[in-house]
Write a new protein. Structure first.
Ligand SMILES: [Zn+2]
Length: 273
């Protein structure tokens, strides 16, 4: 087996404070050889850099749309400064996680758009790909990317239409699939995961978010005392097995294809081999 790459894992999240190194170790034991850790806010940037270096993983630096309410305009200047300082760091693979979220209520759309556009400008300045958060926002994200193209990247946890998928692919993006495809009722998403051109697909857990169905506890189960299972990067091979089955591929063939797709999408990911 060539090993798996988790292209989107928030290993710096507080959910992993108690056992972060153990979580990374269990992922390695499960065959997950490389993680991409996207930052969500300025307060996380240093930690993400150190964490990725410690385990030989990769990181992206950016401001996530859900963190724009507390972000400050000067964070953009600081991001630029860090990208300049770290431009030769082989562990730096993208600007991210950036994007727009038109699903979560109460976010200022104009403010989100400002941070998104500023970070697209930085990605262009430094020639870096981007890791995109796309939630009910494909068309707006695409409009900005068409006007100001970047060096590709990943539309993570993709859940749009086949047409929107094609538009991201045309702009040089790969699409990230993870725990959401493990739910039988996710018919449209499973259809897309089964039919999308293989060279456009990358794998992710988004841990600790988006638990696969075997970790998910319904509201009723939680009320009865069953805790929500914590998603970790070690779930990637099992999520991948679902996608491999949907596509009629062996896990090995899927690992090889998605690994080379991830290397094509992000600069400088190591070859596993
Ligand atoms: Zn994320």
């Amino acid at each position: 087996m060539p090993g798996w790459i988790d292209t989107h894992c928030h290993l710096d999240a507080p959910e992993f404070d108690a056992d972060r190194d153990r979580v990374r170790e269990r992922a390695a034991q499960a065959g997950v050889r490389h993680l991409v850790i996207p930052a969500v806010a300025r307060a996380h940037w240093d930690a993400v850099v150190q964490l990725a270096r410690r385990h030989g993983d990769s990181y992206a630096l950016g401001i996530h749309p859900l963190y724009t309410p507390q972000a400050r305009e000067e964070d953009i200047a600081q991001l630029r400064h860090m990208l300049e300082q770290l431009r030769d760091d082989p562990h730096l693979v993208a600007v991210g996680e950036i994007g727009l979220d038109f699903f979560v209520p109460g976010l200022d759309a104009g403010r989100q758009a400002w941070f998104y556009e500023q970070q697209i400008a930085l990605a262009r300045e430094f020639g870096l790909p981007v890791i995109l958060h796309v939630r009910k926002s494909s068309d707006h994200l695409l409009k900005v990317l068409r006007a100001r193209p970047v060096a590709g990247g990943i539309a993570h946890a993709f859940n749009g239409s086949a047409q929107q998928a094609g538009a991201f692919v045309d702009l040089g993006f790969k699409l990230g699939f993870g725990g959401a495809v493990t739910y039988d009722r996710a018919l449209k998403l499973r259809e897309l995961a089964a039919t999308l051109a293989l060279e456009s697909l990358v794998l992710e857990t988004d841990a600790p978010d988006i638990p696969p169905h075997w970790l998910y506890a319904t509201a009723g189960q939680r009320a009865a005392g069953q805790p929500q299972g914590r998603n970790t990067p070690a779930e990637l091979p099992r999520i991948a097995a679902v996608i491999a089955q949907l596509r009629g591929l062996t896990p090995q063939a899927l690992a090889e294809a998605t690994g080379s797709n991830a290397r094509a999408a992000l600069r400088g990911l190591p070859a596993l081999g």
